[in-house]
Design a protein around this ligand. Structure first.
Ligand code: SIN
Length: 304
């Protein structure tokens, strides 16, 4: 018998597998496909203070071993989420959920986080300072250690729930960003968000995405994400959620060996909606075959 339970910032998860924000909506559609209560948790669609329609289309482009998105934080706004979606979520998801929030100013992040954290079924606040698809928000806070620290402090000052800062890979030194968030009081770090990329339509001789650039995700980014999780583990003491191209139980184990406490699955949900169920079923078998009885035995074991 193996133990897949992990402790994420004081809350126990049945397993480390968490669908990533932006690939699972608010969970309802997936709950029609399988019992999503088997998940460790899930991170809901990045939610902002005001409702957002997102960027013009086309906002998806396919690539070898991955995809580009420039969705632009389409969401119904935090008030609708807190008043309607989170109460309804309790009918199909009976565990604490991760509230992923976005913002265009420090004040907006704080307001959104405070409202989300007050909901009883929110377990953690994941602060997206890494969206590459909006101007004047998201990534502009995630590429400067000073700005990232400022957002962390503001959110922490209004939240009683654990605050996890979601980092961008589009920086020179990811460890410096993580340390700045930890020093400002973050309870955890999640990484990586998407890598900025582009595709061009040969006939039109123009970028495929209306936004010109988008965030690249999928299996091609896994080695980059793993390397960054490994580097951040050496820089901080707070828990890490690893993500980026994860699509199998093997990938989950590699992330944990690099130092992750939990692991998010993103683009793979869009290609194979049952992927998290498959990974959750495969994980105990893989642990058994490797002689691992508890995931805490191997966390960070790739560091010597
Ligand atoms: C988006 O809505 O543009 C994706 C969210 C993100 O990349 O942070």
């Amino acid at each position: 018998m193996v133990n897949t339970k992990v402790n994420l910032c004081g809350l126990e998860l049945d397993n480390p597998v968490i669908p990533a924000s932006g690939t699972f909506g608010y969970g309802e559609e997936f709950s029609a496909l399988y019992d999503i209560n088997i998940l460790g948790s899930f991170s809901f669609k990045g939610t902002t203070k005001e409702p957002r329609f997102g960027n013009p289309t086309p906002r998806i482009a396919e690539c070898s071993a991955g995809m580009l998105n420039s969705v632009g934080l389409q969401n119904p706004g935090i008030d609708e989420v807190v008043q309607s979606i989170l109460p309804k979520m309790q009918t199909y998801f009976h565990k604490p959920v991760i509230a992923n929030i976005g913002g265009f100013s420090v004040e907006e992040y704080a307001e959104c986080a405070e409202k989300a954290a007050a909901a009883e079924n929110v377990g953690w606040i994941e602060v997206n300072i890494s969206c590459p698809n909006v101007h004047g928000g998201g990534l502009s806070f995630g590429t400067s250690p000073k700005a990232a620290a400022e957002v962390t402090k503001a959110v922490k000052s209004v939240c009683q729930k654990p605050v996890i800062m979601k980092l961008s890979p589009n920086v020179t030194d990811i460890a410096e960003m993580a340390s700045a968030c930890e020093q400002a009081g973050a309870d955890g770090i999640s990484l990586i968000n998407t890598l900025m990329g582009m595709r061009i339509d040969l006939k039109k001789r123009k970028p495929i995405l209306a936004n010109k650039t988008g965030g690249f995700s999928g299996p091609a980014v896994f080695p980059v994400a793993l390397r960054m999780v490994y580097e951040v583990y050496e820089a901080v003491k707070i828990p890490i959620i690893g993500m980026g191209g994860v699509q199998s139980a093997q990938d989950v184990m590699e992330m944990i060996l690099a130092g992750a406490t939990a692991v998010q699955v993103g683009a793979a949900n869009l290609r194979e909606p049952m992927i998290c169920k498959t990974i959750i079923e495969e994980l105990p078998r893989l642990m058994g075959s490797l002689g691992i009885s508890d995931l805490s035995e191997i966390r960070g074991a790739a560091h010597s």
